[in-house]
Design a protein around this ligand. Structure first.
Ligand SMILES: [Zn+2]
Length: 413
């Protein structure tokens, strides 16, 4: 057991409120099981982080989220800034109190939404830090009308009512101070997936300069004991840029790291191989936007500790449910008279008490309770899948577990 209490990015001041311990490593030298201590409790890593965009994991109470096995929730800074505003949350005593979640909380920087939402892309739909090209992005992937970037920050329009707003690195951190999550993120520029190499380089280098400003603002105005600031590695699909980004962000002294633009499938693995080995081993790493079982195995195997994604809850509301034998669409007619649980092996409260036929009926009828029951199951499934990965790391049989799970889930591996 190697215990590491690390020092936050401020004059070497020791912070006891946070610590990260690596308990066991994968024999590939990258994956690891650990324990992250935060002011609001312990997270055993690797861990899945459900997304509570507007201060709620859609359709679930905090008690449901906890019962589904989640230790930590990530809320979106952009959405909370637009409505109800961080000042209101601050007056309420911070987001923990406001939403009645007393466990560990994270907020993202708002960067992804600022750059993507103006296009009408749904919140967090990208499985990564890149987003689909917007109609008004020019051919180089440079952001146009709805989000204009300059060296100091970005001016954008609210996706709700078109009003104009401006985020700078300092402003993003100031808002995240007001919201008061335990773990917060540096403000980064998220590029369109079609960004040219030239523009990607320009955006990545700007993200590095912004990272430094975020650290400085946090050190001067924030509480280093209560909010851990994650630096974000970007670099798109370029190996050279990702390595450079990981080196640069590591050198700035962040206590933890996020990996953006990580994408899915084979691209995810490449992007992690080009970033993670250059990050300090003793500090925690959050891989942004990973929620598909196969991708979660990749991200754990390649050294990720935390992973957030809206997919489990979004899919649930559409009736798509995880089972150990793959996804099912419970609204399909063949489930109308299927009185068995979603997955007989699942330990969630939905599977203990309700049938596919009932869920199928509720979701086809647009009943809110259907979304709740389906979300409980999907959050439980993904949270416990990542927990099982952790256990397999601890037991030293990750590869065996991975092979068995993927073969049952996807049918072929
Ligand atoms: Zn279940």
């Amino acid at each position: 057991m190697t215990g590491i209490t690390f020092v936050t990015a401020s004059e070497g001041r020791l912070t006891m409120a946070f610590s990260f311990t690596i308990a066991r490593k994968h024999n590939n030298g990258m994956g690891r099981a650990g324990v992250l201590l935060t002011p609001h409790g312990v997270i055993e890593t690797p861990a899945f982080v459900p997304v509570g965009t507007k201060g709620t994991v859609k359709s679930l109470s905090p008690e449901d989220v906890r019962a589904a096995g989640a230790d930590v929730v990530l809320a979106n800074t952009y959405h909370l800034y637009i409505e109800p505003g961080h000042e209101v949350i601050k007056k309420a005593g911070g987001l923990h109190r406001f939403m009645n979640w007393n466990g560990p909380l994270m907020t993202d920087s708002g960067g992804y939404q600022v750059f993507s939402l103006g296009a009408g892309i749904e919140d967090g739909i990208s499985p990564s830090g890149t987003y689909k090209k917007r109609k008004d992005d020019d051919a180089s992937g440079r952001h146009a009308r709805l989000a204009s970037v300059d060296e100091d920050g970005v001016t954008f329009r609210s996706h709700l009512n078109g009003t104009e707003h401006r985020f700078t690195p300092e402003r993003s951190i100031e808002i995240q101070h007001g919201i008061g999550a335990d773990m917060i993120f540096a403000f980064d520029e998220c590029t369109a997936e079609n960004a040219t190499p030239e523009y990607q380089k320009e955006a990545t280098e700007r993200t590095h300069r912004w990272a430094k400003r975020c650290l400085e603002y946090h050190a001067a105005h924030g509480s280093l004991d209560t909010q851990m600031l994650f630096g974000i590695v970007q670099g798109g699909k370029s190996r050279a840029l990702r390595e450079e980004s990981a080196h640069t962000i590591s050198s700035l002294g962040f206590p933890a790291f996020g990996v953006g633009s990580s994408s899915i499938g084979a691209d995810l693995e490449k992007n992690l191989l080009w970033s993670v080995p250059f990050l300090p081993e003793e500090k925690p790493r959050h891989i942004l936007g990973v929620g598909e079982p196969k991708d979660l195995f990749t991200a754990v195997e390649r050294g990720g500790d935390l992973f957030d994604c809206v997919a489990p809850t979004r899919m649930a509301r559409n009736g798509t449910l995880h089972t150990t034998r793959g996804k099912i669409s419970v609204i399909n007619a063949r489930f109308r008279e299927d009185f068995s649980p979603i997955d007989a092996d699942c330990g969630c409260s939905t599977c203990a008490h309700y049938t596919k036929a009932y869920l199928s009926h509720l979701l086809r009828s647009g009943e809110m309770f259907g979304a709740t029951l389906a979300s409980i199951h999907n959050v439980f499934f993904i949270t416990h899948l990542v927990r099982a990965m952790r256990q397999s790391l601890m037991n030293g049989d990750f590869e065996t577990f991975k092979k068995a799970f993927l073969s049952a889930y996807y049918g072929t591996v």
